[in-house]
Design a protein around this ligand. Structure first.
Ligand code: HAM
Length: 420
């Protein structure tokens, strides 16, 4: 019979490592919750046009990487490649922008990009994201960056840096773009790069090939051509970051893979990951909401890669998350003892204790091995003779210390022992 394999380029997380995945995801979301971001659950797929228009036709994400298909009603839908466009669509559709501003939302889950799979680059990737919509305040940009910084630090990560720049706004970017294009036209670039320069000149600055890097080293930079308003905004973001104690490095060559960015953009880069070093990124997107049919509202947010953050934790040798499955592992010896312990396990779980049991009639030796493997702190052993004497044996697995626990106060005594 044929067997099945998961689709290519999709990471799966199972015990015990999945505990680390959960810890990364929850720690990053917690950082957002602590700053007052409410949770939004978004559709996994949307109208294809939403992403084409929101993310930008000329981006790799839209032109090469989308999972697009016709549903049974003949509508073109796309598995979400990112979260921002969906959040803005929902804010407009549900009128969330008519309430208190800024609208602060966080989200998480799987996103889909048909990329060439490699270490740290997946076709199904997990993000935790935030968006703050409707207030154009540089302190909000700094808050968003500080939340991500705090999330990573809480995990214990230290080997990352924040790269920051400003991409200007609609008053200064077109002129800069023309200037950059003019500069690029004067360079001996290959045909494909020349075409890219015409379509999306900023992306040429991000070319990884050393010969192209050398050629563009003297290219005009957006940060030197900012409008007075964008410049002031950028200065204030930096000031707020300093006040927050968040260290950053300016990278005026930074290019993000999505078209909606204006003003502040940033990336969190980890040095232990090889080519796929971006563990998170984001920025401001002041024209997106109007572009998607809503009010002229600004917005700022980030998407943090949970998979890559997990790889970063591994690269730094951090153990995150609780790999133990339970606190107490019940070891019944014989059917009567089993009936008693199955009931006790229920009582302990109701009291909030994590409990597992040796099912399938394991002998004492096999059951104790399973107890060790479960990561439990205690084994709760009940044999025929214990039943007669009315007491179970509670064994602390690391020390081997053992004591008798009366069956009629089992739940209370064990709960207390676990809490200690
Ligand atoms: P992004 O930079 O495209 O931004 O993705 C954010 C993060 O998701 C990346 O830094 C990376 O850690 C992770 N990521 C992206 N693609 C992959 C992949 N193929 N495999 C593994 N991890 C990946 C956005 O998606 C924006 N929506 C962020 C944002 C929110 N900007 C403003 N608000």
């Amino acid at each position: 019979m044929s067997t099945f394999t998961a689709p290519k380029g999709i990471p799966e997380y199972f015990p015990p490592e999945s505990a680390a995945f959960l810890a990364v995801r929850d720690t990053l979301s917690d950082a957002a919750r602590r700053a007052g971001y409410g949770y939004i659950e978004l559709p996994l797929f949307e109208d294809t046009v939403l992403y084409a228009r929101g993310v930008g036709e000329s981006t790799d994400v839209v032109s090469k990487e989308m999972y697009t298909f016709a549903d049974r009603g003949g509508r073109s839908v796309t598995l979400r490649p990112e979260g921002t466009a969906g959040v803005i669509r929902s804010v407009i559709e549900n009128g969330l922008d008519r309430g208190q501003l800024p609208v602060k939302l966080h989200y998480g889950g799987a996103f889909f990009r048909y990329e060439r799979p490699q270490a740290g680059r997946y076709r199904q990737l997990q993000q935790v994201g935030v968006e703050a919509i409707g207030v154009d305040d540089p302190a909000l940009d700094a808050e968003v960056i500080a939340i991500a910084d705090e999330g990573y630090r809480r995990l214990g990560l230290t080997g990352f840096r924040i790269e920051l720049t400003s991409l200007g706004d609609s008053t200064c970017r077109p002129a800069y773009r023309a200037k950059l294009q003019e500069f690029l036209r004067g360079l001996p670039l290959d045909e494909a790069t020349r075409q890219r320069a015409e379509l999306n000149p900023l992306r040429v600055l991000d070319d990884k090939r050393p010969e192209v890097r050398e050629l563009v080293a003297d290219a005009p930079l957006m940060v030197d051509h900012l409008s007075a308003e964008s410049k002031e905004h950028y200065e204030q973001v930096k000031e707020h970051l300093r006040a927050l104690g968040v260290a950053f490095a300016e990278n005026p060559m930074m290019v993000r893979g999505l078209d909606y960015y204006t003003k502040t953009t940033f990336e969190f880069v980890h040095d232990g990951l090889g080519a796929q070093s971006g563990i998170g990124g984001g920025g401001r997107y002041d024209g997106l909401m109007a572009e998607l049919g809503g009010q002229e509202f600004s917005g700022v947010g980030f998407g943090l890669g949970v998979d890559r953050t997990l790889l970063a934790c591994e690269a730094e040798g951090l153990t995150v998350g609780d790999r133990t499955r339970c606190d107490v592992y019940c070891v019944p010896l014989g059917e009567a003892a089993k009936a008693r312990l199955v009931a006790a396990a229920g009582g302990l779980r109701r009291a909030g204790v994590r409990v597992d049991l040796a099912y399938g009639g394991k002998g004492l030796k096999g059951a104790m091995k399973a107890a060790d493997r479960s990561g439990a702190r205690y084994a709760l052993v009940l044999g025929e003779r214990d039943l007669e004497s009315g007491a179970a044996q509670l064994k602390e697995l690391t020390t081997g210390e053992q004591r008798s626990v009366p069956l009629d106060s089992l739940v209370e005594v064990v709960t207390e022992a676990v809490a200690r």
